[in-house]
Design a protein around this ligand. Structure first.
Ligand code: MOS
Length: 749
């Protein structure tokens, strides 16, 4: 199932060959043997346990809490309510920048969504705190819950984050009017929750005005600065240790109210406090993927050429903040059309604010776009692959920019060949297996942009010839600590076993955000540059020393490899790092580096990763039961640092695509606004039996523009394309076009 493609080292990798190796995760053994210590595994001396009491209504006011009963419970140390909460130095409803999420830290008695924290109970044991919270017996003044995308009742409006005003090229309405054929279809996608295996939790401890937090987090340095604002301390007084992280998917990138309350309790009581949300409590205050309704309108010429593409998305957001799923934006990226428009609106519900969730926007938008494209191919009597090739974007559709690289044609060809697509009948309902199940084949195009953030790193060459590289990178299971260590070793011209790689603590140089599929590129670039800087300092020493065989060759005249500097003009003349440092009497040399996007790269080129996914489903014609039986995806994402880990990311993404199309939905009780399946028993996720065969292929792609390392990122692209491929396969099996996801049995009966 795991096909590992080893890629040649790209010429712009300066030193080594650790990159490109399919190494296993360096933290893997610790995880599978239970030695890995997650944040909530910490039990410092004097630890107290905090439990949030959470609202059972989704809109209204808390009018009574039985604080006395909770306080009287054995073991309970403190009960914090809006009436008793000590002041914070910043307002949890502060919206100083677009990505500051409003949150609830008991600032008032308002309830804005179900599962909102309404009190915090702190006790000597977890049991006491849990029992104390239950004794609060809240009473509410309840208002009717606003739920769902009921456009008759709730007028959509334009709001902020994730709601770019949209983009346009050409005159879409005129082009639609003049087109030979038109497709118009509306799609519904369900709210989804991140459901990381490791719950959100933290252990907070104060020492005077210094704060130490053990916490899974995708952006620890940023989080530290945010916490510092709430507690009126300098950011450098906050230490966040982000050890092993059991999944984040975006939800651990955003600061939340329970974290603030836990830190507040620790300061109030002057003891370390641990707070871990229960599985159910994560359906509210820590983000989710918002529900969408998307309308696509496509204009077509007789020969199957797209003449117009309009994508409008309405997405749910909370009553008090702005993030919406930017679903329509994907239509700016994939198919060529002389006229394109994308637009977004929001509907306000009594829900926790949605947030970024793996492939934000692109996952929801891509399933709608890919199904609409499939409908267009059907209307033109064209094979879906032929249709996509006919409408292949040679330049980025709206901006007209050339791609920095785009091996999508190769992805289509590779995946189609491996899947066996060429035998596919055009009409639906033509294939059955030996058991009589309907068999269908569908495809989708995968796409994701390649953002970079900002990161720093430092690299040290020591007198014994080994190296040390530091950056606060975040490994939430994707293998960052392995891939970044590979880049670190290459940067220093050493083998990976000779380099100590330190990460996961905010007192190290800022490794940036683990998100947007940009962590390897961003932190990797900082690490690579830090290594180059350290090597340059070493070369300064060697080339200025008459006793060195490198004397006089200048920095540009040496190359670092396998722990030695070599003369470029005569590679037989070389000297080991250890010898250079020893003769100079220097204990170590240090280099620093920064990662981030060169603005010119994004100005001159469209920067995207691409892929093609083909899916087979089988549908029981009597029962309507659907199973995805086979997925093949081929992806081109620039330089691949570690093929094993990259494929693992792609497999995970593709499985999420199956989940998006067939399984996942948070079901809201419209009477109360509560999610009814707020646990892993009722919230459907694919298990092994739901995904029998998933194959990912890596298509080699060298990108000289995207960044110095040529890395595009693979964290999110796997979902895009895959969900649409599965949905299209369902149509091909049954002839029924389902436009509401996940596809349910009743949709096929
Ligand atoms: Mo992500 S949704 O880029 O953590």
């Amino acid at each position: 199932m795991l096909e590992v493609t080893s890629l040649p080292a790209a010429p712009h990798m300066r030193y080594g060959s650790n990159s490109g190796q399919a190494l296993t995760r360096r933290d893997g053994v610790l995880k599978v043997t239970g030695q890995a210590r997650y944040a909530a595994d910490n039990h410092p001396e004097g630890l107290l346990h905090a439990v949030t009491a959470t609202s059972t209504i989704s809109r209204g006011r808390v009018i009574r809490l039985d604080v006395e009963a909770a306080k009287a419970h054995p073991g309970v140390v403190e009960v914090i309510t809006p009436a008793s909460r000590p002041p914070l130095m910043a307002d949890p409803d502060w919206k100083g920048h677009l990505f500051a999420f409003r949150t609830e830290a008991l600032q008032n008695d308002q309830v804005r969504y179900a599962n909102q924290p309404i009190a915090l109970v702190v006790a000597e044991t977890l049991e006491s705190a849990t029992e104390g919270a239950a004794l609060l017996a809240p009473q509410y003044e309840t208002e009717p819950a606003r739920t769902g995308l009921d456009l008759e009742r709730f007028a959509p409006e334009a709001v902020g984050v994730g709601s770019p005003p949209g983009a346009a090229v050409g005159d879409v309405e005129a082009a639609l009017g003049a087109s030979a054929r038109r497709i118009e279809a509306s799609f519904d996608t369900a709210a989804q929750y991140h459901n990381a295996m490791e719950p959100h939790g933290l252990v907070a401890a104060w020492d005077g005005d210094r704060l130490t937090i053990d916490m899974p987090n995708q952006a620890p340095v940023m989080a530290g600065a945010a916490f510092a604002r709430y507690f009126g301390i300098p950011p450098e007084n906050v230490l966040i240790r982000t050890p092993f992280v059991g999944g984040g998917f975006g939800s651990k990138a955003i600061l939340n109210g329970p974290q603030i309350l836990c830190i507040l309790a620790a300061r109030m009581l002057n003891r370390p406090v641990k707070l871990v949300l229960s599985r159910g409590q994560m359906y509210g205050p820590v983000g989710h993927r918002g529900q969408t309704r998307q309308t696509l309108r496509l204009g077509l010429a007789d020969d199957g050429q797209l003449t117009a593409l309009a994508h409008h998305a309405v997405a749910a957001t909370s009553s008090f903040d702005e993030f919406i799923e930017p679903a329509a934006a994907v239509s700016e990226l994939v198919y060529a059309s002389p006229a394109i428009s994308t637009s977004h609106e929001a509907v306000r519900n009594d829900i926790g604010t949605p947030g970024p969730m793996r492939a934000p926007g692109a996952a929801s938008g891509s399933i709608a776009l890919e199904v609409a494209i499939d409908e267009a191919a059907e209307a033109c009597d064209m094979d879906p692959l032929e249709f996509r090739l006919k409408n292949y974007a040679e330049a980025e559709p709206i901006s007209g920019k050339p791609y920095s690289s785009k091996a999508l044609r190769e992805c289509y060809a590779e995946a189609a060949r491996s899947f066996g697509w060429s035998g596919r009948p055009l009409a639906p309902r033509q294939m059955r297996d030996e058991a009589g199940l309907l068999v269908g084949w569908g495809m989708g195009t995968a796409v994701f942009h390649c953002p970079m953030f900002a990161a720093e790193a430092c690299a040290v060459l020591r007198s014994d010839g080994t190296g040390l590289v530091e950056t606060c990178g975040i490994d939430m299971g994707q293998g960052a600590w392995t891939a970044l260590a590979q880049i670190a070793a290459d940067g220093l011209g050493l083998d990976i076993d000779q380099v100590e790689f330190r990460s996961g603590s905010s007192d190290l140089p800022d490794g940036g955000i683990a998100g947007g599929s940009g962590h390897t590129a961003t932190a990797g670039m900082a690490i690579d540059m830090a290594g180059a800087d350290a090597i340059a300092r070493l070369a300064d020493i060697a080339t200025a020393d008459p006793a060195s065989p490198l004397y006089g060759s200048g920095n540009a005249g040496v190359v670092a490899r396998e722990g030695r500097l070599h003369r470029r003009d005569d590679e037989t003349r070389s000297e080991s790092y250890a010898d250079i440092l020893a003769r100079a009497g220097v204990a170590q040399v240090e280099g620093t580096g920064r990662g981030g996007r060169d603005p010119a790269a994004a100005q001159d080129h469209a920067l995207q990763a691409h892929g093609a996914v083909f899916a087979e489903v089988k549908v029981d014609p009597d029962l309507g039961q659907v199973r995805a039986t086979r997925l093949v995806g081929a992806f081109a994402a620039g330089r691949i640092i570690n093929p094993r880990l990259a494929l693992s990311q792609l497999h995970g993404g593709m499985i999420w695509g199956v989940s998006f199309a067939l399984h996942e939905a948070a079901v809201v009780d419209r009477r109360t606004g509560r999610v009814m399946n707020a646990d892993l028993g009722e919230y459907h996720l694919p298990v092994n039996a739901d995904v029998p065969s998933v194959e990912a292929l890596l298509v080699p792609e060298q990108d000289p523009y995207v960044n110095e390392l040529g890395i595009k990122g693979v964290g999110e692209i796997g979902i895009t394309g895959s969900a649409g491929a599965v949905a299209n396969a369902v149509w091909h099996a049954t002839g029924i076009r389902v436009r509401r996801f996940p596809v349910r049995i009743e949709d096929l009966m």
